[in-house]
Ligand binder design. Structure first.
Ligand code: DAK
Length: 272
C-alpha cells in the first residue's frame, strides 16, 4: 500500500512508491505512473499511490504545479481488467467501485499538466482528461475501448470527452473503441500540443515552471474559473469570474504584478 508518510520534500530528489515515482523539481511536483509490466493499468494500488502523491503535492506549499506522466509506451492502458473481471454488480455498487481515489485528480486545486506518451486508453484517457493541460508525445494514442470489453467508460469518458471534442467524435470513439492519434487529438482539441517523444518531459517541465513562476493563489483562481465554465451557465460563470477577479485586489501579488509592470521589472510573487 502506498504510504503518504514517506513523501517528504527532497530538493531535486525523488521517491519511489510501489506504483508511482514522485519527484520534486523546484516548484514542480512530478508523478510518474510506474507499473510497466501492466502498461500502467490503473490498479487499486496505483490509484492509491497516485492519490497519496497528489495529497502530498497539494498540501506541500513549495509545490505550485503538478505534472503527471507515464512511460514512453503507456500513460495508462486503462483500469486493471484483471482486477475487474470477477466483480459482481453488488461488488461494484456497494463497494462504490473505484470511485474513491479516482476522483482525487479532478479535485486538485493546483494546476495539473498531463504529459502523455503511448497508450492513454479507457481509464487512462479519463485520467488524462482530469488534468488541466495535456501535452502529447507524437506516439500518444487515445481511446475509450470499454465497449470492446462489454462495459462503458466509468470515470468521465462519456462526459469529459464530449465536452472536449464534441458529440460526433466522442460518440465515434466511445461506440467503436477506436484509437485516435496525437495529431488527431490535437486537431480535436483534446490536447494543447504534440511534441516529439524525446522532448515530452522537457516541454512539460518548461510549461509547468512557467505556470509555477506566477502567483500560486492567482493560478488556482484561474483554474477554478475555467473549470466553472463546465458546470454553469454563461451568465453565472461570468458573475463568478467577476467576483474572483475582484478578490485578486486583496492580494499583494496583484499589487506587485502591476507595480512591476509599471516599474519595467520582473514581478516577485510571494503567494500572498
Ligand atoms: N488491465 C490489466 N492488464 C493490462 C491492461 C489493462 N487495462 N492493459 C494491458 N495489460 C497487461 C497485459 O495483460 C499484459 O500483461 P501480461 O499478459 O504480460 O501479464 C501487459 O499489460 C502488456 O500488454 P499486451 O501484451 O497486451 O501489450 P500490447 O503491446 O500487445 O498491447 C494494448 C497493448 C494497450 C493495446 C493492450 O494491452 C490492450 O488493449 N489493453 C487493454 C486496453 C483496454 O481495454 N483498456 C480499457 C480498460 S476498461 C471507473 C473508472 C475507470 C474505469 C471504469 C470505472 N470508475 C471511477 C467507476 C475504466 C475502465 C477501463 O479502463
Amino acid at each position: 500500500m502506498g504510504n503518504v508518510a514517506v513523501l517528504e520534500r527532497q530538493d531535486s530528489g525523488a521517491a519511489t512508491l510501489e506504483n508511482v515515482i514522485v519527484e520534486w523539481i523546484g516548484r514542480v511536483g512530478v508523478v510518474t505512473l510506474n507499473r510497466p509490466q501492466a502498461l500502467n493499468a490503473l490498479s487499486e494500488g496505483l490509484i492509491r499511490d497516485l492519490e497519496n502523491a497528489l495529497d502530498h503535492f497539494e498540501n506541500e506549499p513549495g509545490t505550485h504545479v503538478i505534472v503527471i506522466t507515464g512511460s514512453e509506451k503507456a500513460f495508462a492502458a486503462g483500469a486493471d481488467i484483471k482486477e475487474m473481471v470477477d466483480k459482481t454488480y453488488m461488488d461494484a455498487y456497494l463497494g462504490d467501485f473505484i470511485t474513491t481515489g479516482w476522483e482525487r485528480l479532478s479535485q486538485c486545486r493546483k494546476p495539473v499538466i498531463g504529459a502523455i506518451a503511448g497508450y492513454a486508453l479507457g481509464g487512462g484517457c479519463e485520467l488524462a482528461m482530469m488534468c488541466d493541460i495535456l501535452i502529447a508525445a507524437d506516439n500518444a494514442k487515445f481511446a475509450q475501448p470499454e465497449i470492446t470489453i462489454g462495459t462503458i467508460p466509468g470515470a468521465g469518458g462519456t462526459q469529459r470527452l464530449t465536452c472536449a471534442i464534441g458529440k460526433s467524435k466522442a460518440m465515434e470513439m466511445c461506440l467503436t473503441g477506436n484509437m485516435i492519434s496525437a495529431t488527431d487529438a490535437e486537431k480535436a482539441g483534446l490536447v494543447s500540443r504534440v511534441v516529439p517523444l524525446d522532448q515530452l518531459r522537457q516541454e512539460a517541465l518548461i510549461l509547468a515552471e512557467k505556470i509555477a513562476s506566477m502567483s500560486l493563489p492567482v493560478a488556482m483562481m484561474v483554474k477554478e474559473c475555467v473549470n466553472r465554465s463546465y458546470e454553469t451557465t454563461l451568465t453565472e460563470g461570468l458573475k463568478f469570474e467577476r467576483r474572483v477577479f475582484h478578490s485578486t485586489f486583496a492580494l499583494e501579488d496583484r499589487k506587485e504584478g502591476m507595480e512591476a509592470f509599471i516599474g519595467k521589472r520582473k514581478p516577485v510573487f510571494k503567494g500572498e
